[in-house]
Ligand binder design. Structure first.
Ligand code: F6R
Length: 618
């Protein structure tokens, strides 16, 4: 979590760093700070709150904005409550060194005690201040340069980090390093300027050339010189690979929408198309995916597929379970990465593990991948962010190509993950012969209709808004679904709670009678997915049970439904499709509903409290 930015060059650093922080607020936004060096003095400005709060401070004191070198931070608190003092950047004891840090130093307490015994004192409760003082202590004792001191300090810490360090006595230089948290370095023309950030979005308008540091690497960045990248472990110099960035500025801006979440909901027809573009030739029944084609025997001979993920990606994984088992007849287990990694799971070289992650940086998923690899499993990644840690750590994989997802609540990542899982399941079904050629063709042609059907779902926005206005003050909500749509019920509940803070639970519809039914009264809105193809009659019975206990029913049904319409308080229709693809449609009204309720309740839709987009801590 946390976002870091830095600039060194000839331009004014302040707008670059501060605007960069705004683009990184999806990573954390409980406090923020910036260091500017004006050639003589370091100005440290930091505050609890968002980057806009930070701007108020600097607005009132313009000297805080001066200089061609700056580093900034937007925080998601781990050690120490969000307040001004714990905000980054942090000074070293001498106030010559300054650091920003994304990650956790697990052995900070031991190091802190040692430093205190050597006379150091600490202003904040953070692990980061411990690290910068360790660097200072090593630099003093060894009489070495900053880069070497950072390298030696990092060999002493346990944990995860992406850091940027500045030394007032060597102001033409920045040191950055990573282990477990991402860092990208934008390279300006002729090495005359450099940009540092947790992802490339803060510098996309300045340069298309970037170096993504690998885990365990440290870079010495000096204005006018080629970047030197070294291994932290043994100080060995390595060749840094400069990549051409594909991202464009309009992809990371709101494009006329009030919120990124709404923009991303509306981008789904295109995002889904981009996911299958070039991979599926529906007319010919062909599915081509190099990550699968090159490893086909591993999938076809697998004892089982284990899907690991967190949050919304885990919900997509659950849909994947239904897809793989139903279409390709391969046994699947879906695991929370955070549980899987700590429960000594039984994994064999005959297992195929699929890791799903939008950001590609989720710490628990990354650790679970490493565990599965160590036990000999083949690990396939489904990520959205190109070049992310998970994309690099897996043996093979496929990108969803959803484009940047900035809103903290995941929307297009979910539908594109399901699209990709559908393609893989159909590919394996075809290769295994568990589906006939003509059945595969029918599925592919149906899948091709999904983007336009999602488009038509988006046009019901006004209706969803009306429903949102009726239920916006509810204290609790239930979401029910069966089969392929059980994960959609979970996802619908998650969307509502994370952005509107209304308590919501998702259940398989038939589980209601085993407990949750006790909650039903006239104040309980129940959102039920009752599509024609998924155990319709059984779900209708569940709806009757809710109705007879005075619950309010908002049902998502297939176009032309008659029965549920007569019982439910509100119905939302989806176009007809094959049952495995219904989640791609049923999820849309729930996304819109959560969005509108959150807006009506005046919540911060794109940056809900306590959350961050990229969860790079355990
Ligand atoms: C919910 C949400 C989170 C993420 C989860 C995993 O809207 O965004 O639950 O899905 O933190 O993140 P990724 O997919 O980046 O691994």
């Amino acid at each position: 979590m946390c976002g870091i930015t830095a600039y060194i060059g000839d331009r004014d650093a302040y707008p670059i760093v501060v605007n960069g922080l705004k683009r990184l607020e999806y990573r954390g936004y409980d406090s923020s700070g910036i260091m500017m060096y004006d050639g003589e003095t370091i100005h440290l400005s930091k505050t609890k709150g968002k980057v806009s709060d930070l701007e108020e401070i600097t607005e009132n004191d313009p000297k805080r904005k001066v200089g061609n070198i700056g580093i900034g931070h937007t925080r998601w608190a781990t050690h120490g409550v969000p307040n001004d003092v714990n905000s980054h950047p942090h000074f070293s004891e001498s106030e010559n060194l300054v650091i920003v840090h994304n990650g956790i130093i697990e052995n900070y307490d031991t190091i802190k005690k040692e430093l205190i015994s050597r006379g150091y004192s600490f202003r904040s409760d953070t692990d980061t201040e411990v690290l910068i003082n360790l660097i200072e202590e090593i630099k003093k004792n060894e009489g070495c340069k900053l880069g070497k001191a950072v390298q030696l300090a990092l060999t002493n810490v346990i944990g995860a980090y992406a850091i940027a360090v500045f030394d007032k006595t060597k102001p033409n230089e920045l040191i950055v390093a990573r282990l477990g948290s991402p860092i990208a370095i934008g390279v300006g023309k002729d090495n005359e300027e450099f940009f540092v950030a947790s992802d490339a979005s803060p510098f996309i308008e300045y340069t298309k050339e970037a170096i993504y540091l690998e885990d365990g690497e440290l870079a010495i960045i000096k204005k006018g010189r080629k970047i030197k990248v070294r291994k932290i472990e043994d100080d060995k110099l390595i060749d840094a690979n400069i990549q051409e960035l594909q991202m464009s500025l309009d992809q990371i801006e709101k494009g006329g929408y009030d919120h990124f979440m709404l923009k991303e909901i509306h981008e789904q027809p295109k995002a889904i198309t981009d996911t299958y573009r070039g991979r599926m030739l529906a007319d010919q029944g062909v599915i081509r995916m190099s990550g699968i084609d090159d490893n086909l025997s591993k999938f076809l001979n697998a004892n089982r597929i284990i899907i690991i993920a967190c949050g919304t990606s885990w919900h997509a994984g659950l849909v994947g379970e239904y897809l793989f088992e139903d279409l390709a007849r391969i046994p699947v287990e879906v695991e929370y990465a955070s549980e899987f990694r700590y429960r000594n799971p039984i994994i064999t070289p005959n297992d195929v593990v699929i890791a799903i992650s939008q950001s590609g940086e989720t710490a628990d998923t990354l650790a679970a991948i490493k565990l599965a690899k160590s036990k000999g499993a083949f690990v396939f990644g489904i990520c959205n962010v190109v070049g992310s840690s998970i994309a690099r750590e897996t043996h093979a994989g496929a990108y969803t190509h959803a484009g940047p997802e900035i809103g903290v609540a995941s929307t297009k990542a979910f539908t594109t993950q399901i699209t990709l899982l559908s393609l893989i399941a159909l590919k394996l079904a075809k290769e295994k012969g568990s589906l006939s050629k003509s059945a595969v063709n029918t599925y592919l042609q149906t899948l091709q209709q999904i983007p336009s059907q999602v488009e038509s779902m988006l046009s019901i926005d006004d209706k969803v808004k009306e429903i949102a206005s009726v239920y916006k003050d509810a204290k609790n909500c239930l979401y029910l679904g069966r089969g392929f749509n059980f994960p959609v019920a979970l996802e619908g509940a998650l969307k509502l709670k994370e952005i509107s803070y209304i308590h919501a639970e998702g259940y398989p519809a038939a589980e209601m009678k085993h407990g949750p039914i006790a909650l039903i009264d006239e104040n309980m809105p129940v959102f039920v997915i009752a599509t024609k193809t998924g155990h319709y009659e059984k779900v209708v019975s569940n709806i009757q049970e809710i109705k007879s206990r005075s619950g309010k029913i908002i049902a998502v049904v297939t176009e032309g439904d008659v029965t549920v319409k007569e019982i439910a308080d509100h119905v939302i229709e989806i176009p007809e499709t094959e049952e495995p693809f219904t989640p791609l449609l049923t999820t849309i009204p729930f996304q819109l509903l959560s969005y509108h309720i959150a807006v009506m309740l005046d919540k911060n839709v794109d940056q809900p409290r306590n959350l961050a987009k990229s969860v790079t801590v355990e």
